[in-house]
Ligand binder design. Sequence first.
Ligand code: GLU
Length: 379
Amino acid sequence: MTLERRREVLGRVKTLVVKVGTNVLSTDDDRLDADRIASLAEQLHRICQSGCKLVLVSSGAIGAGMGLLGLKERPKDLSHLQAAAATGQAHLIHIYDKAFRPYGYHAAQLLLTANDFKGRGRYLNVRNTLRTLAEYSVIPIINENDSVSTAEIKLGDNDRLAAMVAGLIQADLLIILSVVDGLLTGDPTNPASERIPLVEKFDDNLLNLVGASKSTRGTGGMGTKLEAVRTATAVGVNVMIANGKRPNVLDELLSAADVGTLFLGEGDGVSAWKRWIGYTLPPKGRLVLDAGARRAVEQQGKSLLAIGVVRVEGEFAKGEVVSLVDQSGEEFARGLTNYDSSTAGSIVGKRTDEITRELGSIPYDEVIHRDNLVVTSQK
Ligand code: GLU
């Protein structure tokens, strides 16, 4: 039953986030394990070849920086941590880039802070950047921007960051690679503890299973992993925790082998995201559309282009929710706008070439991309 469920969930993964922890990537003497990274790259290449979109969230910058700067222990003060992160991050991306090159990919680096998930404009920026990167043969590799993040804006651990990224891009699956085999029934040091293969519904009692376990080099532990699982499953993302030191672990996971712990997401990701856009946030303004644009959005699932907009009403910023109405004022959809109200107002009814002339460049082809659009009418 458990394996069948796995096969069913893993068989339909189209968008995947893989988070790799510091301990998976480090050798015993605090260097980055280039062989491990090469093996992960080879497996990730196979995953991409199967048509799956991939985002990597990788720790390891501070650990690698410690090795490079000759620091024997993890620094306690912020400025030395930041120095280690800045030094290690360059090295980390370099090694990934080298590992992905034989398969024809470049590594693309994104360094994020908690603020990038707060303001709607920035949230949408990250989403748009990742979507655009998916058009190319690149592997986006995300880490927290440790070298500038101060305590107030710190996400703190990459388990959390990965869960937020997975929610942001509506991933079908988040794989957290750590040095544990999955969620165990008891303390990892107790030989009687067994791996739990499947958790159908996240329950806060699971947190009691793990106590205060902590990673030696990174910042996470099983507790932060379970918090991340809670965040991701709540927005519909399935999560797998598995041991990244197993050879070919990703191949095993995606062929539904009995390794790791699979936590099922609640509902499905698309509906959670659409609920969020469509019903959680109050719209800030309105875009009045002509009949052709209404049909394209409502019936053909198309993005909204400026040429179909007749009028802009109200004031809103880029990334806010706006209401899409027809000329009689009836609302039929909502979406996150790529343009603020004054820019949108200056391009209504215009074609792409006219927009370029008006604005000097064309930041986005669509006023609202179809991924960020929800039809709210019942038709
Ligand atoms: N951002 C940190 C690094 O790259 C890792 C944070 C974590 O261990 O979760 O070293």
